[in-house]
Design a protein around this ligand. Sequence first.
Ligand SMILES: Nc1ncnc2c1ncn2[C@@H]1O[C@H](COP(=O)(O)OP(=O)(O)OP(=O)(O)O)[C@@H](O)[C@H]1O
Length: 253
Amino acid sequence: MTLVLSGLTKAYGGLRVVDNVSLSIPSDGLVGVIGPNGAGKSTLFSLATGFLAADSGTVSFDGRDLTAVPATGRARAGMVRTFQVPREFTHLTVRENLMAAAPDQAGEGLLAVFFRPGAIAAEERAIAARADETLAFLRLDAVAGTPAGRLSGGQKKLLELGRALMTGARLILLDEPFAGVNPVLIEELSARIRDLAARGVGFLIIEHDLRALTRLVSTLHVMDRGRLIASGAPAAVLAEPAVRDAYLGGAAA
Ligand SMILES: Nc1ncnc2c1ncn2[C@@H]1O[C@H](COP(=O)(O)OP(=O)(O)OP(=O)(O)O)[C@@H](O)[C@H]1O
C-alpha cells in the first residue's frame, strides 16, 4: 500500500486552502497530520479520497494514478476516509451497520436475485462472518445488537473504523478519531490501529490530541494555512520553531 499525494492544491475564491501539498505514506503505515483549525487538513483528506476534485496535483495509490477516479472508485481501490462526525446509520444495529458497509455485492443487481439466489446467500454468509470477526476484533460484540445511535462517542469511533475495515480498505484516513473519546477507549482504538498497521493496513490520521497521536504515529506532517510546514519524526517536528509559531498564532487568532 502506497499513497503518494503530489502538489495537491484547492482554492476557494482565490484562497488556497490546500496549497501544493505533497506527501507519501511510509512502509510502517502510521502517519499523522496536525495543524491549527482551518489549516486545510480535512480538505486534504477530501482531495486524497476523491470527495473533492483538486485544482491541480495528483493522487496515486499502489502505483496507479487515481487523480481522475471518483470517490467510489478510490474506495474500491482500497482507500477510504472517515469523517469528524461519524456517519453511521443510527437506527440500524452495530452489526447491521458493519454489514451495510461491505462493498458492492453480487446480490445487489435485480437480475441476480432471480438467477443467482445461491450466490447471494453465500455472499451474505461471508459478509456476516466478516462482520462477526470485525465485532470481535474491535471488542464490540457486547453491543452488536444495539442501535448505533445509542453508542457512546468512543464506541461510534470504533464502529467507524469497523465500517472502513468492512470495505477491505488497505489505507484508512481517520479524521479526528479521538475527539470526544474517553482516555480508556483512546487506548483501545490506538491498540487496534497498531494491530492493523502491523498487518499491513496504512493509516493517515488527523488529530488535535497531540499526546495520543504522537504516541501512535512514526511520521507527522504539520499544515498551516494550506501548506505543509514541517514533516518528520513527531518529537523533532513538534520542537520546530515554525510549528510552535503556527500553534501560538492559531491560539491567538
Ligand atoms: N466549501 C468551502 N468553501 C469555502 N471555504 C471552505 C470550504 N470548505 C472549507 N473551506 C475553508 O478552507 C479552510 C480549510 O478548512 P478545513 O476544514 O480543511 O480545515 P481543517 O484543518 O480540517 O480544520 P479543523 O481542524 O478546524 O477541522 C478553512 O478556512 C475553511 O473555512
